[in-house]
Write a protein that binds this ligand. Structure first.
Ligand code: GDP
Length: 444
């Protein structure tokens, strides 16, 4: 979505400023202005942008800065922190418990992507060892049950619904009771949406809520909603008091900032984002990795987690990252995993620096670029692949040899090594973090 452009613009504004020889207040104001207009063009709520502008100005107050302060670092960190604040409601999302029936109810307008997303979410939990199922309480839209049935069958998720029963509350109650008896751990209830926010819809929603008593209500919101997001999310919050948001269609051309503003309007966390029509196009959302990706800084933990869920071979890299090591071979393995994981534009953001390097390329150009990077790795010796990359600094002739052997250029080999160095530094910082992450997932 256009958020990628937003990330690029913010990044460019910060880099221009921090590279500029005279980092003064005037240049700084210019950067803040550019960031704010980029956010407003991406449909982020105007009031939120004004708040962000004030916060950045207050934190980086040129007059009060002590002489020894590293201004560049302070500016980068402030912009990062403020963007995180924008998407972080400081509310912990609900974590389902294993061995217990967790009921999750979906609400949202018609066409928001509820039916598609509830199957994606059930599959997501099933892939992580939960016994998951679906209940279709949308008796309003003809064909809703059929659609859910088809999706669920494809994803091999058990489902419940009725072609004859017209009372959604009765269907929801019956389905949830049945699956609870069968000891399902994740029971997702899809409800009907209407074209507009109608009182009938809200009454029905509340009745279903009372009947199934969900552990979590999730509002599904179309990512292209723009500035209307704030009002719509407030209306749903008042009626259904949802505890989490899923934003869909983030792969589309819409600016996406509006949906993000729903977080601030309702103090509710975004838990997932939909990134396409396919069953696997669902990504977990967390404020820090999101901003990190937005600014081209990558999301290594997200990448590792995603690869794990796809059950691709990942053992060595996981072990290495846990030890704070990242070899050139690890980079090669990650690149080839990415090629297997579907559209590149979605995955590249997870690798630090890669989305900037691929800026503006379409998926085909991106794949060619990745393939060339893999050729480069394949022209290396085992010793080079298993190294930390320093051998290339001490013996640069290796670079020329590899470029010739892989049919690429010296510049491309150097770019790959820069990329590797960035990831190796990241791995060093993450030392131990992956183990903690795995432990946390196990406990989920
Ligand atoms: P509902 O009325 O809220 O149940 O919406 P549906 O699940 O029927 O979705 C409406 C349309 O949006 C369908 O054509 C879906 O394929 C599409 N859709 C849902 N989520 C996404 C997404 O993340 N990306 C894209 N591109 N399309 C989506």
């Amino acid at each position: 979505m256009v958020l990628q452009d937003l990330g690029r613009r913010i990044n460019a504004a910060v880099s221009d400023l921090t590279r500029s020889p005279n980092l003064d207040e005037k240049a700084f104001d210019g950067m803040v202005k550019e960031i704010c207009s980029a956010l407003i063009e991406a449909d982020v709520n105007v009031k939120l942008v004004a708040g962000l502008r004030k916060s950045i100005r207050n934190t980086v107050s040129f007059k009060d800065l002590a002489p020894g302060v590293n201004k560049k670092r302070l500016i980068q960190k402030t912009v990062f922190d403020e963007l995180v604040k924008l998407v972080d409601p400081h509310a912990e999302p609900f974590k389902p418990k294993k061995g217990k029936s967790n009921v999750i109810m979906f609400v949202g307008l018609q066409g928001a992507g509820k039916t598609t997303t509830c199957t994606k979410l059930a599959r997501w939990y099933a892939a992580r060892g939960f016994k998951a199922c679906l209940v279709c309480a949308d008796t309003f839209r003809a064909g809703a049950f059929d659609q859910l049935k088809q999706n669920a069958t494809k994803a091999k998720i058990p489902y419940f619904g009725s072609l004859t029963q017209t009372d959604p509350v009765a269907v929801a109650r019956e389905g949830v009771e049945k699956f609870k008896k069968e000891r399902f751990e994740i029971i997702i209830v899809d409800t009907s949406g209407r074209h507009r926010q109608e009182q009938d819809l809200f009454d029905e929603m509340v009745q279903i809520q009372q009947a199934v008593r969900p552990d979590q209500t999730i509002m599904v919101m179309d990512g292209s909603i723009g500035q209307a997001a704030e009002q719509q999310s407030r209306a749903f919050k008042e009626a259904a008091d949802f505890g989490a948001i899923i934003i869909t269609k983030t792969d589309g051309a819409a600016a996406g900032g509006g949906a993000i503003s729903a977080v601030a309007a309702t103090h509710t966390p975004i838990v997932f984002i939909g990134t396409g029509e396919h069953m696997l196009d669902l990504e977990r959302f967390a404020p820090q990795p999101f901003v990190s990706k937005l600014l081209g800084m990558g999301d290594m933990a997200g990448l590792v987690e995603h690869v794990q869920s796809l059950k691709l071979d990942q053992k060595d890299t996981m072990k290495h990252i846990a030890e704070g090591v990242f070899t050139v071979r690890d980079l090669r393995d990650q690149l080839s995993n990415i090629m297997k994981m579907g559209p590149l534009s979605k995955m590249a953001g997870m690798i630090p620096g890669l989305s900037n390097m691929m800026g503006g390329m379409d998926d085909e150009e991106g794949s060619t670029k990745l393939r060339r990077m893999i050729y480069i790795c394949d022209s290396m010796t085992d010793k080079e692949l298993d190294s930390d990359g320093k051998v290339f600094v001490s013996q640069p002739s290796r670079i020329t040899r590899i470029a010739r052997g892989s049919g690429t250029s010296v510049r491309e080999v150097e770019d790959l090594l820069t990329q590797h160095k960035m990831m190796a530094n990241m791995a060093k910082k993450m030392k131990g973090g992956v183990q903690n992450m795995q432990r946390a997932q196990g406990a989920m």
